[in-house]
Design a binder for this molecule. Structure first.
Ligand SMILES: [Mg+2]
Ligand SMILES: [Zn+2]
Length: 183
């Protein structure tokens, strides 16, 4: 069996988005969504390599340092420990005016992850809560699952929609021909 992978957006998929469009800047502000550990456990138990891909333009805007971001990610790893470990966390730290190739909806983070870990993009799902995640997935050639507000897709068409990460995980297992409870 060839290795399986899944890409996950961070804010709004694993943890609550910070209110008022600000950024999660300290470990204390990181609050997992209710189904996160369950969803991660399902994927992990079936052997998926889990890669986080996240836009964090708060770094470019001076709202958090890369050290603070690393501390937030250490806290994220701590809060999901026992449910999953992450194969990698890829960050776009740039602001939208920098026109970088990695800020979603561009596919740079997904392509870099694929290069680093030999991930077969067409067989890999990307779960995100923003239309830009769906767009990045399409641009990179992944399958896409949208877990955001149903009315907020902004013209993007995901392959699947789900209410939360556990539902997205069950879609992935179903589409990959795996059933819950078998490893
Ligand atoms: Mg998000
Ligand atoms: Zn970038």
């Amino acid at each position: 069996m060839s290795p399986r992978f899944v890409f996950l957006d961070r804010d709004g998929v694993l943890n609550r988005r910070s209110p008022l469009k600000r950024y999660v800047t300290t470990p204390a502000e990181l609050e997992l969504l209710p189904g996160t550990r369950e969803g991660l456990s399902l994927l992990s138990a079936h052997g998926y390599g889990i890669v986080i891909v996240t836009n964090q333009q708060g770094v470019a805007r001076g709202e958090l340092t890369s050290e603070a971001l690393a501390a937030v990610h250490d806290e994220l790893r701590r809060q999901v420990s026992g449910a999953a470990t992450f194969l990698d966390i890829l960050v776009c730290p740039h602001s939208e005016v920098e026109d970088c190739p990695c800020r979603k909806p561009r596919p740079g983070l997904l392509l870099e992850a694929a290069r680093r870990h030999a991930i077969p993009l067409a067989r890999t799902f990307f779960v995100g809560d923003n239309p830009t995640d769906v767009a990045a997935g399409h641009a990179a050639g992944t399958r896409t699952i949208y877990v955001g507000e149903p009315g907020a897709l902004a013209g993007q068409t995901p392959h699947f929609s789900a209410g939360d990460l556990p539902e997205a995980a069950r879609i992935i297992l179903r589409e990959d021909g795996l059933t819950e409870g078998t490893a």
